[in-house]
Design a protein around this ligand. Structure first.
Ligand code: NA7
Length: 559
């Protein structure tokens, strides 16, 4: 059970009931739910000049969602589901952005969004049980609740290469791509990084009338063909006829996708039998391939067979055997780093104007005015594209200077890695909720499914607190410790911790090595957070507001 303390807050009227940060998938739905279903006063603050979040910033050529379009969408509104028709199996960045603009206008959300405004600080004032949020235009506003909807991969990361700024040509990060496009014609171009973004941008750049493309690869990836295709009216009516079932299955699955794993294990199968099973799934493409064997991510024997199958496909696709060997991943298990989908990625390396530098053999020594110097050569470029990823999961949250009770900063609290209760809240930070925060399924799921779970849970919780005159709500330290320990325990039963991935914070040197998302499954997770709500927010301390107590009276100590 939760415990309730009583305190007077009537003299501390906040500007808003809720301030939300971020106008991507999460923030938009959060705004709608709180404003239109609960009737609360809500302000949404967004750094960009439009909605879209990830899909606003990542406008590089080839940017596309790896989830299939009919499940990469909101499911909460029947009319929106009926009115919107996706054009491709996987939605490209422009189409997702258009969709989010459509939803924004359809729900009339713009009037509550302050664009072009970055949050520079947020601090919790204990006396009034409210947050003060500072922004880069010098303003401050207050709210009882503070909801971060800042995404998991929104803080671009550029490695600290020696003399990084000395390069005098053009340079771009995929996660901050210029919205008026980039001209590639006749240029010598470098792409650093072969994660999901690099794997999407590389074939698109190679298609252009360029002089040369050089890919700098540190870790080869296991990329599975997307097999994208247009969706016609026939496809669409089939989806519409089954939409309820498809979306229900997605919400009740482990990864937020409506595909069932077909086989329990490959442990006892020969490589020949594994090939027979995987071949049709490889031809079908997409994440269904990853979900072939149930124990893929816990059983090294199954994983090794699936990994070997992917290696065989790469060797078959790339003509030059030396190049193929460089592109074949050997040092980590399949899917322990984010498994990308691709369209013609490996085929690109058969083109004359494309070359590959393996930086584990010839590391980058420094950036120079004309390009990149490795241990064995000087490579001259007109343009460097950094596809080097993000300060994932915590980067944006920690850069917002969030201060909880007694001036404790989130940065101090998470010095050794995130500690949360349910990936939704943190002890010492009352009345703050994180949509798809660290230690929730987030990036290990089809994001809109996890986003809807969180937004609906947070909305119900805030509605309950408002209805019951709860002025402050904060998870207990023991509840948070138990959730953090559970996260680690579940992760340790899998192969994930064996890889140097951004799931493990390993892409950035100073970050603590810890598995950051929750791998217990979207379905299990949903049940857990629902039970917490049903038990009157078990694990939280609730502070009730009444008028006849001293506002500076007893408060739970920051332990
Ligand atoms: P990722 O998946 O973090 O990929 C970043 C890539 O950059 C990856 O190949 C890294 O190699 C590489 N990298 C990072 N630092 C260096 C240095 N110092 N030298 C060479 N190469 C480097 O980011 P993405 O943007 O591709 O994808 C992020 C998510 O966005 C994706 O999962 C989707 O959810 C959408 P490494 O593997 O670390 O050796």
């Amino acid at each position: 059970m939760s415990s309730v303390t009583e305190v007077n807050t009537t003299e501390y009227e906040a500007d808003y009931d809720v301030v939300i940060v971020g106008a991507g998938f999460s923030g938009l739905y959060q705004l709608h739910r709180l404003r239109d279903e609960l009737g609360l006063s809500v302000k949404l603050i967004e750094k960009a000049d439009d909605v879209g979040g990830t899909w606003y910033w990542n406008q590089y050529p080839g940017a596309q969602c790896d989830s299939e379009s009919h499940i990469y969408c909101y499911s909460f509104n029947e009319d929106i589901l009926e009115e919107w028709q996706w054009s491709e199996r996987y939605p490209s960045q422009p189409e997702v952005l258009e969709y989010l603009r459509f939803v924004t206008d359809r729900l009339d959300l713009r009037e509550n969004i302050e664009f072009d405004t970055a949050v520079t600080g947020a601090s919790f004032d204990e006396t009034g049980s409210q947050w003060t949020i500072s922004t880069d235009d010098g303003s401050e506003i207050s709210s009882q609740f503070f909801v971060t909807a800042v995404g998991c991969l929104s803080e671009p990361w550029v490695p600290d290469f020696n003399k990084r700024d000395s390069f005098e040509g053009e340079s771009y990060h995929t996660g901050r791509w210029p919205h008026d496009g980039v001209e590639f014609t006749d240029k010598r171009i470098a792409v650093i990084g072969t994660g999901a973004s690099g794997i999407q941008v590389i074939p698109e750049v190679a298609k252009e009338d360029i002089e040369h493309l050089t890919v700098f690869q540190r870790t080869p990836n296991y990329a599975v063909p997307a097999r994208d295709r247009p969706l016609d009216d026939g496809d669409w009516s089939e989806i519409q006829d089954n939409y309820d079932r498809i979306l229900r299955n997605a919400h009740e699955s482990g990864f937020g996708m409506p595909f069932e794993t077909a086989y329990p294990t490959a442990e006892d199968l020969s490589m020949e039998e594994v090939r027979e099973i995987l071949e049709p799934r490889w031809q079908e493409g997409g994440f269904r391939f990853m979900l072939t064997f149930e124990d893929l991510i816990i059983n090294p024997e199954t994983n090794e067979k699936v990994s070997e199958f992917v290696r065989e496909q790469i060797r078959e696709t790339v003509d030059d055997s030396e190049m193929a060997e460089k592109l074949v991943p050997k040092g980590h298990y399949y899917a322990t780093k984010r498994p990308p989908l691709h369209t013609n990625y490996y085929q690109t390396f058969n083109e004359d104007q494309v070359s590959l530098v393996d930086v584990t053999e010839t590391p980058i020594e420094r950036m120079i005015t004309s390009g990149i110097q490795t241990t064995d050569a000087i490579h001259e470029f007109d343009m460097i594209i950094y596809a080097t990823g993000f300060d994932a999961m915590t980067g944006t949250l920690l850069n917002m200077d969030i201060q909880g009770r007694n001036g404790l900063t989130l940065e101090e609290k998470w010095e050794d890695g995130p500690q949360t209760y349910l990936g939704l809240s943190a002890h010492g930070f009352p009345n703050m909720f994180t949509v798809t925060g660290p230690q929730s399924p987030s990036v290990l799921s089809n994001m809109p499914v996890s986003i809807e779970q969180h937004v609906e849970w947070i909305s119900d919780a805030i509605g309950h607190f408002v209805d019951n005159d709860i002025s402050a709500v904060e998870p207990r330290k023991e509840a948070e410790e138990a959730w953090t320990a559970h996260n680690t325990e579940v992760a340790e039963q899998t192969l994930y911790p064996t890889a140097d991935s951004w799931y493990m914070n390993e892409n950035i040197e100073d970050k603590p090595t810890v598995f950051t998302p929750y791998i217990g499954g979207v379905d299990v997770y949903h049940q857990t957070i629902q039970e917490v709500a049903e038990k009157e927010y078990e694990g939280f301390d609730l502070t009730e507001s009444i008028t006849d107590l001293d506002p500076r009276g007893d408060r739970p100590a920051l332990s």
